[in-house]
Ligand binder design. Structure first.
Ligand code: SF4
Length: 389
């Protein structure tokens, strides 16, 4: 990038001016990672100071049986496959109760598009979960699942969301977004929920008062221009609804041979590598700068590793996903040694060691607890800083 353009972009960021599509593409073309981090950190500090938010949540997947076969997905199973499963409602409640320790505040539930489970199963499971864990917020279902519910129930998304909210739904999840541009999407997504339906369902949820997350799966066959396009669509929708609470860039993961059946399910890994840590940090930084109207940027550390999670706090990220005991969708594809359990103390140390201030939040980003600042590194020189994998 020439010095003139660099200065121009820098001036725009410091003046709080909105960046354009070509600005976004130019930022991705820059190989000056420190510069990108400085710009993103400026914006992140304006919005969120030195805070790093987290919440104590658990993930639950009711079924891995799915009618679709998305090319990147290592989670889905077809009916009759050896490790296909579907939880009965009592089983889901029992599992959730087992996870209730440590002041759990949120259950995150996403599932396959089960071909024969009836629609009434879903509100029923929410009602039973809410009755069993009244203080736990239920963040459930992607827009893709809501569109699937329309298909299996004959109801509209409007009616479906009303019934799910009545059963205890607090928020949708942000999945199913992947990359919206059809040029890429047609090669990776096998279900029928694309930008038109995904945005329709989130806008509807926002109109009903929900705050929802939005995601982007990057680092596979897409190019930076597709990431820019993805964020700009979301930014435009955010201008209309103001309902997105957070943006979560998710790093595409390769699949490994499944020990249960010796299969590799991911069909795109022969065509791609995974994003390097530098590419991930760049993606966080550019996302923070372009998506100027979303309050928070999250790093789901299970997909990035803990060192990159710490570094990302200097590249626009202000939100880390909390303790996760079970997260099957990712961990079916993860052999990189990232732990799948982080406890509150681990997370606090991770944030303090990176020089930030931890704040526990709830599903709607209300503050649950502010933590003191860590003792300065100088005063705890005798203690070695923790080294994160
Ligand atoms: S990503 Fe979701 S919809 Fe696609 S195959 Fe996997 S479980 Fe099914």
């Amino acid at each position: 990038m020439d010095a003139g353009l660099k200065r121009e972009l820098e001036e725009k960021v410091y003046a709080g001016e909105r960046l354009t599509r070509s600005d976004g593409i130019a930022l991705y073309e820059s190989d000056d990672l420190t510069w990108l981090g400085r710009l993103a950190h400026h914006r992140r500090t304006e919005l969120n100071g030195e805070r790093v938010m987290f919440n104590v949540n658990r993930h639950l997947n009711l079924t891995n049986v799915c009618s679709a076969s998305c090319a990147y997905c290592s989670f889905q199973r077809k009916p009759g496959e050896k490790d296909a499963y579907t939880m009965r409602i009592e089983e889901a409640v029992r599992k959730a109760k087992e996870m209730e320790d440590e002041q759990l505040t949120e259950l995150h539930i996403v599932n396959g598009l089960h071909p024969t489970l009836p629609w009434r199963y879903y509100p029923k499971v929410l009602r039973e979960l809410k009755a069993a864990l009244p203080n736990v917020k239920l963040k459930c279902f992607t827009a893709t699942e809501v569109q699937w519910f329309e298909k299996i129930s004959g109801l509209s998304a409007d009616e479906i969301l009303d019934e799910l909210m009545d059963a205890g739904l607090e928020s949708l999840t942000g999945g199913g977004a992947e990359i919206f541009d059809w040029e890429v999407r047609q090669h990776i997504v096998d279900h029928a929920c694309h930008w038109e339906d995904w945005s329709r369902i989130h806008a509807l949820a926002h109109a009903k008062g929900m705050k929802t997350p939005a995601t982007m799966l990057y680092g596979h066959i897409e190019e930076p221009r597709h990431r820019v396009d993805h964020v700009l669509r979301l930014r435009e929708l955010q201008d209309e609804t103001g309902g997105f609470a957070v943006f979560i860039p998710l790093r595409y993961q390769h699949d490994f041979v499944d020990s249960a059946d010796g299969k590799i399910r991911n069909r795109i890994q022969a065509r791609t590598t995974m994003a390097s840590p530098a590419e991930s940090l760049k993606t966080f930084a550019v996302s923070r700068l372009l998506f100027d109207n979303v309050p928070h940027l999250k790093n789901f550390w299970v997909m990035h590793g803990l060192s990159v999670a710490q570094l990302s706090l200097n590249f626009g990220v202000d939100d880390l996903d909390g303790s996760v005991v079970e997260y099957k969708i990712t961990h079916d594809a993860d052999s990189y040694g990232t732990p799948n359990t982080m406890h509150r103390d681990d997370l606090l140390n991770l944030i303090w060691d990176a020089g930030f201030q931890p704040v526990e939040r709830d599903t709607r980003y209300n503050v649950v607890r502010e933590y003191d600042r860590a003792p300065s590194l100088a005063s705890r020189r005798a203690e070695p800083q923790q080294v994160w994998a």
